[in-house]
Design a protein around this ligand. Structure first.
Ligand code: SAH
Length: 257
């Protein structure tokens, strides 16, 4: 049988065992009409998504060879197979209702995928995705952890985040250099951010930009030094603050900007 040639620049590592594909698909829990799979490749997840008749499953892959493979193997799904770059894809135009995201994500763009998810978060109730294990641990880790960073704060504010399971290098063809892990994100129902969300994102970025420094130093990039003393947490480093702390900090900064 014709197979897709794995292309390194597209982050292609194909899952070998269909049962792992099934397990990933069965991690989706919520009730929604649409599912979008990012990077279906040869369809090892897609085949199980199609078994779920309650979903309307779409797939987007940037690789013409994968698209051709999918069209040949899933002839009844032609209208659901999209050739394109997820990072450029206009989700709101395509889906008038919320859409869950799933995929064995290409590692080179996995964090960019999450920043894109955040842009559309009100429209994305759930995400199940494959990441490099260290990246997954970083995103799921809490304050006080050396690995904790910008995406941990942003994703944990809007989503309940859980690391579901870890996969070995040999589970893929070709084998990647490191282990992988599946993360599960569920949008917090009815969540309303109690701060200016644009400013929140800016504060988090500036704070982690110089993560070895205290917030007093890191925030001097955006806050007038004379007013700095009105802010909380100044002697801490960014990695000590929960997303709730960052909300408090953002509101304090909003008052003095
Ligand atoms: N789901 C398959 C393939 C995973 S490999 C499996 O588990 O076996 C990652 C897939 O993402 C590849 O098919 C690659 O072509 C695709 N991809 C890479 N960059 C992409 C992008 N920007 N948008 C959509 N798909 C992309």
């Amino acid at each position: 049988m014709h197979q897709v040639r794995a292309k390194k620049h597209l982050g292609q590592h194909f899952l070998k065992d269909p049962e792992i594909g099934r397990k990933i698909v069965e991690s989706l829990q919520g009730k929604f009409k649409y599912v979008l799979e990012i990077g279906p490749g040869m369809g090892i997840l897609s085949q199980f998504l199609f078994e779920h008749k309650e979903y309307e499953t779409f797939m987007i892959d940037i690789d013409p060879e994968s698209i051709q493979y999918l069209r040949e193997h899933f002839p009844f799904q032609q209208d659901r197979i999209i050739e394109g770059d997820f990072l450029q894809f206009d989700l709101l135009k395509k889906f008038e209702e919320p859409v869950a995201i799933i995929g064995n994500f290409p590692y080179n763009i996995s964090t960019q995928i999450l920043f894109r998810v955040l842009e559309f978060k009100d429209h994305i109730p759930e995400v199940v995705g494959m990441f490099q294990k260290e990246v997954a641990e970083r995103i799921a880790s809490g304050p006080g952890n050396k690995e904790y960073g910008i995406l941990s704060v942003l994703m944990q504010m809007y989503y309940d985040v859980e690391l579901l399971f870890v996969l070995n290098q040999e589970d893929f063809q070709p084998a990647p250099k490191v282990k992988s892990a599946i993360l599960h994100f569920v949008l917090k129902p009815g969540f309303v951010a109690e701060c200016d969300e644009k400013l929140f994102k800016r504060v988090v970025k500036v704070a982690f930009n110089q993560r070895r420094k205290t917030l007093r130093n890191a925030l001097s990039a955006m806050v007038d030094k004379a007013k700095m003393s009105e802010l909380p947490f100044l002697e801490l480093r960014a990695e000590r603050l929960s997303w709730q702390d960052f909300v408090v900090l953002t509101n304090a900064i909003a008052k003095i900007l």
